[in-house]
Design a binder for this molecule. Structure first.
Ligand SMILES: [Zn+2]
Length: 392
């Protein structure tokens, strides 16, 4: 999968390295799904653009029947041009309905910063692609990370999204997307798309573009853009991602976030990969209160080694096939209808996918009660504990 060098960016003018908003598209004569891929939402992460270009080229060269449409967009073009993550605001934290409404209502152009403009333009392009769709719409957001590590997939826990991401042999992680607000993929799930976000490896590692290319090719197949097996390269793509995963479980979930503050003097033990096994009692980190050890056999996710952050690490565990099937069965039974019968649990009348919890009572429920039905977004709202799931 290394036929091209990652330096071959889709540019319209090599001199200014001016990336186009639309990297390219293939629209098949047959009706079918639309797959929207986005690269470079963070301007220093260009591997996704390379991957998008390569997959478009591959589909053209393979001369297969394309059903529906594959379209690839560049994210934060101004930041890509200046080789920075962003100028004023992180463009993967801005996808909130109220913010977007306010942005669209603004009449004074001069009050917009560069990310506001980028977001409005990208928003318009994605809406156009959705409006032109002749089938279900899928959206994939392609990223890379500053530290080296195993590529992985993050997604909001809905059944259609589960089905989509489990076709990828990379580690797929439940409960991580819900830890932050304003993520692009989460916004588009809310607006009817089937989405995921993928971290493809380290920013400048040529292998990252290969990983993301493999992910996008398999995602296109999973979405139904071409018939299963119609493109021979899907086989090596699958093998590549499987080898990247190594001994890690296929499906993992976040059990707990280890939040930190600067006064905690948190220090992660050296040697953990971005996703790694840990055995019960193993030393994970230290802070001013002492040692932090693994509570059981499980997984350390995204340990904090560089820079500042509010997350020391996430504690996770593998999710076996039996548990996946069980939770799917429970959801198909629509047990969600009864969850607010539990004492201390009340459905938010303004948003039926959100539960208000009486913290004194709800803390006695195991988190599984909520997780199994897709409720993973836990927040304090006006002093009240809430837990929310995606619609659908
Ligand atoms: Zn990123």
């Amino acid at each position: 999968m290394t036929s091209q060098k990652p330096s071959e960016l889709p540019v319209r003018d090599a001199e200014s390295a001016c990336i186009e908003r639309e990297i390219g598209r293939i629209r098949g004569a047959e009706r079918g799904p639309t797959l929207i891929a986005i690269g470079g939402i963070h301007g220093n992460e260009t591997a996704g653009l390379v991957a998008g270009r390569r997959v478009l080229d591959r589909l053209t060269a393979a001369n297969v029947t394309v059903r529906g449409e594959l379209v690839v967009f560049g994210g934060n073009l101004a930041a890509i041009r200046d080789k920075v993550r962003y100028h004023h605001k992180d463009m993967n934290r801005l996808w909130v309905d109220s913010r977007i409404e306010a942005l669209e209502a603004r009449t004074d152009e001069s009050s917009l910063d560069s990310e506001d403009r980028e977001q409005l333009e990208l928003l318009g392009k994605i809406r156009e692609a959705i409006a032109a769709a002749r089938g279900p719409v899928f959206l994939v957001d392609l990223h890379t990370t500053s530290a080296a590590g195993v590529p992985f997939v993050i997604f909001g826990d809905t059944l259609p999204q589960r089905h989509f991401v489990t076709e990828l042999p990379l580690p797929i992680i439940f409960g991580l997307e819900e830890q932050v607000d304003g993520v692009l993929s989460e916004y588009w799930t809310r607006h009817g798309c089937v989405t995921f976000t993928v971290e493809g490896g380290q920013h400048d590692d040529p292998g990252s573009a290969d990983n993301l290319e493999a992910v996008l090719l398999l995602a296109a197949q999973a979405a139904g853009i071409f018939r299963h097996g119609a493109i021979a390269e899907t086989r090596p793509a699958h093998a590549l991602l499987e080898s990247r995963r190594g001994s890690l479980p296929h499906v993992m979930e976040v059990v707990r976030r280890h939040a930190i503050a600067s006064e905690d003097e948190f220090k992660m033990e050296p040697g953990f990969r971005n996703l790694d096994h840990a055995s019960e009692g193993q030393l994970l980190a230290r802070d001013k209160r002492g040692e932090i050890r693994a509570p059981a056999n499980g997984l350390v996710l995204l340990p904090l080694y560089q820079g500042l952050g509010a997350d020391g690490f996430f504690w996770g565990r593998a999710v076996g096939t039996a548990r996946l099937f069980a939770s799917e069965a429970l959801r198909n039974l629509k047990l969600d209808r009864f969850i607010d019968w539990l004492p201390g649990v009340e459905r938010d009348p303004a948003r039926p996918t959100r539960l208000r919890l009486d913290a004194r009572i709800a803390r006695f429920y195991p988190a599984d009660v909520f997780h199994v039905l897709g409720y993973r977004r836990r927040r304090e709202l006006d002093g009240e504990l809430t837990i929310e799931r995606q619609p659908g």
